[in-house]
Design a binder for this molecule. Structure first.
Ligand code: GAL
Length: 310
């Protein structure tokens, strides 16, 4: 059975893909899918939230965007209660970027305590895309909160884009050339709009960002925003989703936008809060249309990539 959008996906061994809140990176001729491994039972957090204890960050590889081979955990939970990567910590939305300057792979993620009040980011590095990634740092970007986040590469520059100020406002923080730290340059966008789960791409000279609202594991309406410059106000435009349950993002949540063969795709997580390890995925084409190609459409289809690589 081929994988279907909105459902759990299977890897080449027939096991559920455990790569939630993740991303797909192309390096040389291989696609690397990184994400949260949630292959454990739900537990109740200290604030009554539903979660799975931290297991690690998975990596799957593919050369055809259809068959995903499990490479194992590239960052692994620690057995030591005093360790920063102990299983009670929250490590979410892993994003990997390759540094041309150092030839290293750099993994960024949202790092938190069980109550989500620490609100930091973490950085780990590896020589190989399949790890192991070694933790380098955990900090508050520019002394601001970091909860849901992504990494966006724009030519020679790259940015950490993170929900901040108790999820009220999105921040864009510039990365250093080695991609392991921040330069100190940052700006705020979508001020007081309470958006999270940012997925960013550039098309026709415009920066587009798809985000979700802030309702935890429960789906809500996605919105897109756009701006001619990354470091300038981004205007919230509309919900780009079309199809059944479009007001709940097809019962999914935005996660990551990426380009293959000139087309842009959106990754969604379909969270199953009552059993998080059973959460599903979608990869949907993003259509940029209109006379000046300033508008977006994400049309529901059960076929990953709209059927292109299936
Ligand atoms: C969502 C967030 C997820 C996860 C969840 C926990 O708002 O997008 O990544 O943190 O809350 O409830």
């Amino acid at each position: 059975m081929p994988n279907r959008n909105g459902e759990q996906w299977l890897d080449t061994d027939g096991n559920p893909v455990q790569a939630h809140g993740g991303m797909i990176l192309k390096h040389e001729d291989t696609f690397y899918w990184y994400g949260e491994n949630k292959a454990g039972p739900n537990v109740v957090s200290s604030i009554g939230g539903r979660k799975v204890d931290f297991i690690g960050i998975s990596c799957y590889t593919s050369t055809n965007l259809k068959d995903w081979h499990y490479e194992g955990l590239v960052l692994t939970a620690s057995e030591e209660p005093q360790d920063k990567l102990y299983k009670d910590k929250i490590i979410e939305r892993p994003k990997v970027i390759f540094s041309k300057a150092t030839q290293e792979f750099v993994l960024w993620f949202h790092y938190d305590h069980d109550d989500y009040l620490y609100a930091a980011c973490g950085v780990a590095t590896a020589k190989s895309p399949i790890g192991p990634f070694i933790l380098q740092d955990i900090f508050k970007p520019n002394r601001k909160d970091c909860r849901d986040m992504t990494i966006f590469e724009d030519g020679e520059k790259a940015y950490l884009i993170h929900s901040s100020d108790f999820n009220k406002t999105m921040y864009i923080s510039e990365l250093t050339e080695d991609r392991k730290a921040l330069t100190g340059l940052y700006t705020k966008i979508l001020i007081d709009q309470e958006r999270e789960a940012p997925a960013v791409f550039k098309r026709n000279g415009l920066y587009f960002m798809l985000t979700s609202g802030t309702t935890g594991w429960d789906p809500n309406a996605a919105l897109y925003s756009r701006s001619p410059f990354l470091f300038s106000p981004h205007k919230l435009i509309d919900n780009p989703c079309e199809g059944p349950n479009y007001r709940q993002t097809f019962f999914g949540q935005t996660n990551y936008a990426f380009e293959v063969d000139g087309e842009v795709y959106l990754m969604l997580d379909h969270w199953k809060p009552e059993n998080l390890q059973a959460s599903g995925y979608s990869i949907l084409p993003i259509e940029v249309f209109g006379e000046k190609k300033r508008d977006l459409r994400v049309v529901w289809t059960e076929k990953p990539f709209g059927g292109k690589y299936q």
